[in-house]
Design a protein around this ligand. Structure first.
Ligand code: HEC
Ligand code: HEC
Ligand code: HEC
Ligand code: HEC
Ligand code: HEC
Length: 368
């Protein structure tokens, strides 16, 4: 190439470059506005949510190291190392007053954050931007942490000073990864499905959920799941041809099969607590620590029962494992889409384990 030609080539590249940057900025400006509005209406931006104000009344007010990863912008960028600290751990407690901010996901460290370590210690690698989502939505406990509390203890004797072990909330990525993460309680001797691979393009958090709105557009499901038209149809998605709950209906949504086993496990938990531990138990989704003595044995937790002094304390290893799975499934309402077979396996195995020592109704149930 002559120097004149290269000068022309350079000029063309330069002019095109400027034009493209201009175009990008134009379309990016429009979409930043839209995306910001979507984000502002999402749960991530809800500054009044318990998830973000829980520590405001502490003295001094700060989010502890163990909670800051998911409940604070500062904790998350600390974990990524975007604040200059060592990546892979939260070094210090975090300031209060932040939500899941733009900078939580958009910071210099985020584009190269491609592997997620789960509470079990398992690592999933080779991920995309969904690694960000998976880190806050993987729960806080695992098979490993439950085994650590229960190994070598007799199955049906309450462990001294043991409380309920809470898997924590919205553990979507732990459900999705199944046995690859071990986020549910996986019983010894059973095998469990790994990550739910679904369809090629519907595999990641952000292929189904808007990264900013967090919403699901049902139209993205319709090409393959023809009965999905509106958001209310999502729970009717059905592919598998197995009647897991034995009710004779193989066309109801897979969510309904999970719901039936979840309800069956609850009855099994109640039977076990009464027959083996001698004290009735009931679950409340809204009152910490969720399991209480069911003084009137009606299966519900009334306000007068939902008292800390009335919390359930007879945590035998068998009860702990079953209740953990009951909550692990219950606190992931999208689990039917995240990994339906994993949820069904956990529910089935929990009920069967309780059935070793008390009468449990599992007629017609099929384990995936
Ligand atoms: C791995 C991420 C993660 C960690 C670590 C974590 N949380 Fe959470 N937590 C979440 C998510 C996700 C939610 C949102 C659940 C929801 O809105 O229902 C949540 C919700 C909560 C809520 C609100 C519950 C409700 O009913 O609205 C409280 C309180 C809470 N967490 C306390 C804690 C405490 C205390 C710690 C530290 C000891 C902690 N969390 C650590 C992910 C985490
Ligand atoms: C929970 C994580 C998260 C938060 C919070 C977040 N984003 Fe994003 N953002 C993403 C992901 C993921 C993408 C898609 C990246 C990709 O696929 O290339 C994205 C893409 C973008 C894009 C590029 C859009 C495009 O079409 O290429 C812009 C601009 C953007 N975000 C701005 C913002 C702004 C402004 C905020 C705050 C108001 C924000 N984001 C909050 C995760 C987040
Ligand atoms: C820094 C931690 C963090 C990251 C990163 C994160 N989330 Fe969340 N997410 C939360 C917390 C905390 C809540 C609960 C917020 C609340 O209670 O208002 C939540 C709530 C949600 C909800 C529930 C929305 C609702 O209406 O209740 C969805 C869905 C969700 N996140 C999906 C995602 C996706 C998809 C990504 C990645 C693009 C992501 N999250 C990244 C912490 C995180
Ligand atoms: C195949 C599509 C799909 C994928 C992939 C997916 N989700 Fe979901 N998710 C759903 C559906 C469907 C729901 C239930 C929404 C409803 O009932 O309206 C849901 C619910 C949720 C919820 C509870 C919010 C609520 O309002 O009930 C959270 C949190 C969540 N997903 C986070 C994630 C995260 C994090 C990932 C990645 C690990 C992920 N999801 C991957 C489809 C998906
Ligand atoms: C490209 C086609 C395709 C798209 C798009 C798609 N899916 Fe699927 N989906 C499948 C296939 C194939 C299966 C069966 C996968 C398997 O069992 O391994 C499936 C299975 C499922 C299941 C489990 C059903 C059962 O009976 O076990 C749910 C739930 C689901 N999809 C939800 C969704 C949601 C929600 C969306 C939209 C956000 C979606 N899918 C988009 C192809 C798709």
């Amino acid at each position: 190439m002559t120097s004149k030609n290269s000068l022309i080539a350079l000029t063309v590249v330069f002019v095109l470059g400027i034009a493209m940057i201009g175009l990008r900025q134009q379309s990016a400006r429009a979409s930043v506005w839209e995306l910001s509005n979507q984000w502002a209406e999402s749960a991530h931006a809800d500054r009044a949510s318990e998830s973000f104000v829980h520590w405001d009344a502490e003295d001094p007010p700060s989010v502890p190291v163990g909670c800051a990863l998911c409940h604070s912008y500062y904790g998350f960028v600390d974990y990524l190392g975007a604040d200059g600290s060592t990546p892979g751990k939260v070094d210090k407690e975090a300031k209060i007053g932040s939500v899941v901010e733009c900078g939580t996901c958009h910071n210099p460290a985020a584009p190269s954050y491609r592997a997620v370590e789960f509470p079990s210690g398992a690592r999933l690698t080779g991920l995309g931007y969904e690694a960000l989502c998976m880190t806050c939505h993987h729960g806080r406990e695992s098979t490993v942490s439950l085994d650590w509390r229960t190994t070598d203890k007799p199955d049906d004797a309450p462990i001294e000073k043991q409380g309920f072990v809470n898997p924590h909330y919205y553990p979507a990525s732990a459900t999705q990864a199944g046995a690859d993460a071990g986020g549910g309680y996986q019983y010894a001797g059973q095998t469990y499905v790994g990550s739910f691979l679904h369809a090629e393009d519907m595999r990641t958090c952000i292929s189904c959920h808007g990264a900013h709105s967090l919403k699901i557009d049902p139209q993205t499901c319709s090409p393959c799941h023809a009965n999905v038209v509106a958001g209310t149809d999502l729970r009717d998605v059905r592919q598998s041809k197995v009647d897991y709950d034995g009710d004779g209906d193989m066309t109801e949504g897979i969510a309904a099969e999970i719901k039936a086993l979840h309800a069956g496990l609850y009855e099994a938990i109640r039977a076990y607590a009464m027959d083996v531990l001698g004290k009735p138990i009931a679950y409340s989704a809204d009152s910490y620590p969720y399991f209480f003595v069911d003084t009137n044995d009606d299966g519900q937790v009334q306000a007068e029962e939902a008292q800390n002094a009335n919390r359930y304390v007879l945590w035998s290893p068998r009860l702990l494992r079953a209740c953990y799975n009951h909550v692990f499934v219950g606190k992931d309402p999208g689990g039917f889409s995240h990994n339906p077979k994993y949820q069904l396996q956990l529910l089935y195995d929990s009920a069967r384990d309780l059935g070793q020592v008390t009468v449990v109704q599992m007629d017609g149930w099929i384990r995936p």
